[in-house]
Write a protein of this length. Structure first.
Length: 257
């Protein structure tokens, strides 16, 4: 069910970005602060930019350099430890109390929804106040969210990992029965961290960065506490989302100014 809710959230975000733009375009003659032509080109060019992003993201392993080992090595080590302990963690460490699990799930949904709503609110505020920085943050976060959603759906179809609730939390990979509801990676974590990465990159305030990264961390933790994902799922989901968010900012920063 959450897949459908998240798709609805993504649709709402897209509407939040496009509807104000269309309204501003329709009344451009009477509104002195309506988006400039360059802004229209940015919006209309987003689908092509997202396709270019996907090409860059999926081919990124071919561009790994020796300096990347500084972060790839600890990430690989942490992933190995997580995979080795996933079964024990979900079976013996994380609570199986249904009320606690449901509360955790509700918290993860609320936090993820907040991190999706913030950029939409920033974009709308940017239009009303003619603030290009807020508009850019909204646009880039929307682009990162779409990129992240596409990547995690592709990964789910590749790895086909069982959810913790199945097969006594063995978490087996390459199980066709997992289908599109595959556990690896965590969809919530990917989206939350991609949004947080863009917002934190655009706003350098320590308070903003601490706030968005705390919410993203909360999403990852509550997905495990809710018995929805293994630690490995949220670890790789968080790393994937953060890398995609940073990639989008690095590639497109300044485009909306």
């Amino acid at each position: 069910m959450f897949i459908f809710r998240m798709r609805a959230c993504m649709l709402a975000l897209a509407i939040a970005v496009t509807v104000p733009f269309c309204q501003a375009q329709a009344t451009e003659q009477s509104l002195p602060d309506a988006p400039r032509p360059s802004q229209r080109k940015i919006i209309l060019g987003m689908p092509m930019e997202i396709l270019k992003d996907q090409a860059g993201i999926w081919t990124s392993p071919a561009r790994i350099r020796s300096r990347d080992l500084l972060w790839l090595t600890p990430l690989a080590a942490a992933t190995g430890v997580a995979i080795a302990t996933d079964h024990h963690t979900m079976g013996s460490v994380v609570s199986h109390d249904t009320n606690f699990n449901q509360t955790s799930v509700n918290a993860s949904n609320a936090l993820t929804g907040t991190l999706v709503a913030i950029p939409a609110a920033l974009y709308g505020s940017g239009l009303l106040r003619n603030d290009p920085h807020q508009r850019e943050t909204g646009i880039l976060t929307a682009e990162a969210l779409v990129d992240s959603y596409a990547v995690q759906e592709g990964m789910k179809l590749v790895f086909w990992r069982e959810r913790p609730a199945k097969d006594n939390s063995r978490g087996l990979f390459f199980q066709s029965s997992a289908g599109v509801d595959s556990s690896f990676p965590s969809n919530h974590s990917v989206l939350a961290w991609s949004s947080a990465a863009v917002i934190a990159s655009e706003y350098k305030s320590p308070w903003v960065q601490a706030g968005v990264y705390t919410m993203a961390t909360g999403v990852s933790l509550t997905r495990v506490m809710g018995q929805q994902h293994f630690p490995t799922d949220v670890l790789i989901g968080s790393a994937t989302g953060w890398l995609i968010g940073r990639y989008v900012v690095h590639r497109h920063h300044g485009r909306a100014y």
